[in-house]
Design a protein around this ligand. Structure first.
Ligand code: ATP
Ligand code: MG
Length: 757
């Protein structure tokens, strides 16, 4: 293929960026302007036009899927596989490096990767060991503190030096112990995949030198969401030659809460004073109206570079702003709208995505879609690999791959049941600790343990021998075959069958895992196995690595004929003809916790900008008047994010259910008792059928709406903060902490509350 072919479709600025050869380059541009396209095209151009060896290229993409697309493009262009090129997420690239050099750090190449669940279990054990009750010091909170520190490249001693209060002192005590226990189990956690490569390079200048030589060209997509560890990793590799291309959009930085540092992109020109900066100002994705709405929203942010983004596209349809009664009505309306637009030959289910701020919102949507028989796929939420039965099989595989994985041992030592009770297990663990050996190792010699009963000891020995046998098999069997043998051996299907109908579903899932393993075997080329990751890793090690590094978005199948449901965070980089952004209510989107924090509020707004700019042709913005959240019904206010969107860009609609309510006009009082959520069953019925139902939807609903956490003023009690809201309409009540009078419950209809600004 001639280079003209792939260059000709580009605009002059894009072409300039693609043709850039050596030296640092920043592509800073708004959504849909072709940044990702420029990055992938430039990789092809480097190889095709400048004769760069694919093995000299390291490209970081945000999802494994984008990585696959890049490979595909190059394969089509060159007619061959770009052998030796490293493309993937930061985590995948880190894991690959660690497989090669684990020994230098004190780990062995068959290390396990602990996901957050395993990490938190391990932290719980460490907390218990150190005498900190996990009920008081939540493993999750400790995890997030350690993760934050790691991503700032703060190690345990440095953390301890700054620990100032009770919580940070607990974390300071746990951190080194946790790290020690990871090493003992030959495991890394997720953050280690970013942090340990930096430690590796910093500790081994000669090795760093080799990689600097090797990777002559580095390219990074979504650079605005890199954290300090990722920044350091790139800079260690790139500073010498400066051949670093970063592309991104400061307006789409949405991972600050997880340690991403927007300054990395804003300061690129300071880090590389000779950097070339390319701005792309033409949006190719969205209609003019969608783009105008997105621009109006993001213009509200103060902390931004400011960019121009224009389009030559048609004005398109107006954005539809929808008001619904509650979350069920909202979901139902969305389902109905999609259904009405499905027509063979025009729109199909995969043209639609429904975005939401929190995973919990997917429930109402799923129900609505099921009622309508609309096919859908959820990205994120409860994942396949987090199901109990799948985690059980994976625990076997992890233990087979890494006999020092204690969490895995603990999970399956007596599953399916083999007569090893809790007492025997504790005795074994204590004995193992006293011997300084891993539990599996100790189990092999269980008959030497004085405290263990004979029966338990022989069961433990049998279990350990089984794992050992499979470890030997794993060195030459393919993964699918290995899993099948294992399942037959442990009779898992029989055990699940005993669980009744629920067990049947679990059996199906296990079968899916087997199929997945076979598929992985078929896709994974032996050469890749041997060349890529070092000779010491088995196919099983790499399969497990693949499983732990799958991101939510990687599980999204864009070719499936189904509507996609996902959080706004997961939608980054994607595009769809029709987009619904749901739950546009203050307190939900933006989330309540962001109100007091200008930086967080700006990040929420960027998330909204990301949401709108996913849309190509149609964007719907929906909200509900009341919503069940955490077991209570909260009355809600329209999101303040909607305000800056010029009215002429919007077409406002209400759902039929809400319209019927309005037509009923003035409230007709009805008898009825509030259900346990404080709402009225009658309103629920009103969604489907209004006739004969008396509703209590008073004007009080139209009066100022309040949300939890809001500051208010009461004529008599003075200033206070709303702690709780219950009931609807005339029955809306608030629990308020008043500064001068303490906690009181007031009925809003009588209280004449004012918002305190
Ligand atoms: P985001 O900020 O959302 O990640 P982006 O800047 O990475 O967006 P791309 O995803 O690369 O943008 O491109 C957006 C869409 O525009 C894609 O469908 C892409 O194929 C298309 N596109 C990009 N450049 C051109 C061009 N010169 N001509 C036609 N279509 C283009
Ligand atoms: Mg992109």
């Amino acid at each position: 293929m001639e280079s003209q072919d792939y260059l000709s479709g580009l605009n002059p600025e894009q072409r300039q960026a693609v043709a850039h050869f050596e030296g640092p380059i920043l592509v800073l541009a708004g959504a849909g302007s072709g940044k990702t396209r420029v990055l992938t095209t430039r990789v092809a151009h480097l190889i095709h036009e400048h004769g760069v060896d694919p093995a000299a290229i390291l490209a970081v993409t945000f999802t494994n899927k984008a990585a696959g697309e890049m490979r595909g493009r190059i394969r089509r262009l060159l007619g061959t596989e770009p052998a030796g090129m490293w493309v993937g997420t930061f985590h995948a690239i880190g894991a690959r490096l660690l497989r090669r050099h684990a020994l230098a750090l004190g780990w062995s190449p068959n290390f396990s990767i602990f996901d957050s669940d395993q990490t938190e279990r391990e932290l719980k054990r460490v907390l218990e060991r150190l005498g900190f009750p996990p009920k008081k010091w939540h493993p999750q909170a400790v995890h997030s503190a350690i993760s934050g520190a790691k991503n700032q490249l703060v190690d345990a001693p440095a953390y301890a030096a700054t620990a100032a209060d009770a919580f940070t002192r607990v974390v300071a005590a746990v951190y080194p112990e946790y790290q020690r226990s990871l090493r003992e189990q030959n495991a890394f956690d997720f953050d280690d995949l970013l942090v340990q490569p930096v430690a590796l390079f910093e500790g081994q200048p000669a090795l760093l030198g080799q990689y600097r030589e090797r990777f002559g060209f580095l390219l990074v997509d979504e650079y605005q969401d890199t954290n300090h560890a990722q920044y350091q990793f790139l800079h260690l590799l790139a500073t010498a030659h400066g051949n670093l291309m970063v592309v991104g959009d400061d307006d789409q930085s949405i991972y600050g809460w997880r340690g991403a540092d927007i300054r990395n992109i804003l300061d690129f020109e300071k880090d590389f004073p000779n950097a070339r900066v390319v701005r792309l100002e033409q949006n190719y994705r969205s209609t003019a109206r969608i783009l105008a709405a997105a621009n109006a929203v993001i213009a509200q942010n103060v902390k931004r570079k400011g960019k121009t983004l224009r389009t030559v596209a048609e004005p398109g349809e107006r954005l539809v702003l929808v008001e619904a009664l509650d979350e069920r009505d909202e979901a139902d309306w969305i389902g109905g709208e999609i259904e009405a637009r499905l027509r063979p030959g025009s729109r199909t289910p995969r043209d639609f995505v429904v975005l939401y701020r929190t995973n919990a919102q997917s429930r109402a949507l799923e129900e609505a879609f099921r009622r309508r028989d609309l096919p859908y796929q959820i990205v994120g939420g409860t994942r396949f690999y987090e199901r109990r039965e799948i985690m059980d099989v994976l625990a076997y595989l992890r233990l087979i791959s890494n006999p020092r994985d204690n969490g895995a041992f603990d999970r399956i030592v007596n599953y399916p049941r083999r007569g090893i009770g809790d007492t025997s297990r504790t005795q074994l663990l204590e004995w193992a600790a006293s011997q300084g050996s891993a539990p599996l190792e100790a189990a092999l010699r269980a008959d030497e343990a004085p405290a263990l009963r004979g029966g338990a000891a022989s069961a433990l020995r049998g279990f350990a021998a089984l794992i050992q046998r499979f470890t030997a098999l794993a060195s030459h069997l393919r993964v699918g075959e290995l899993v099948e043998k294992l399942l037959a051996e442990i009779k898992l299907v029989d055990a699940l069958r005993d669980e009744g109908p629920e067990g049947d579903e679990r059996i199906e899932n296990v079968r899916e895992l087997v199929a997945g393993a076979h598929e992985w075997d078929a896709r994974t080329d032996r050469n890749e196995l041997e060349a890529g990751e070092g000779q010491d890793a088995t196919a099983l090690d790499l399969f497990l690595q693949k499983v732990s590094l799958l991101t939510d978005v990687d599980r999204h199948d864009p070719s499936a004929q189904a509507v996609t449901l996902m959080t706004l965070h997961n939608a980054k980089g994607l595009e769809f003809p029709c987009v619904f952004v749901s739950g546009l209510e203050d307190g939900l989107f933006p989330l309540a916790r962001s109100f007091d924090e200008p930086d967080t509020l700006e990040e929420e707004r960027r998330l909204f900008y990301v949401g709108i700019t996913r849309g190509e042709e149609r964007v719907y913005l929906t909200r509900a008047r009341s919503r069940r959240r955490g077991g209570e019904v909260l009355s809600s206010v329209r999101s303040s994010f909607l305000e800056p969107i010029p009215r002429e860009l919007l077409e406002e609609r209400v759902t039929p259910a809400l319209q019927r309510l309005r037509q009923l006009g003035e409230v007709r009082w009805r008898s009825g008792t509030p259900d346990r959520f404080g709402g009225f069953a009658g309103e629920r019925a009103a969604v489907g059928d209004v006739s004969g139902v008396y509703l209590d939807y008073s004007e009080a609903q139209e009066a100022p709406r309040f949300i939890k956490g809001e500051r208010v003023r009461h004529p008599q009690f003075g200033r206070g903060v709303i702690r709780e809201l219950t009931g609807l309409g005339r029955e809306l009540k608030a629990v308020i902490d008043f500064e001068a009078y303490g906690r009181k419950k007031v009925v809003l209809r009588y209280a004449n509350l004012q918002k305190e600004l």
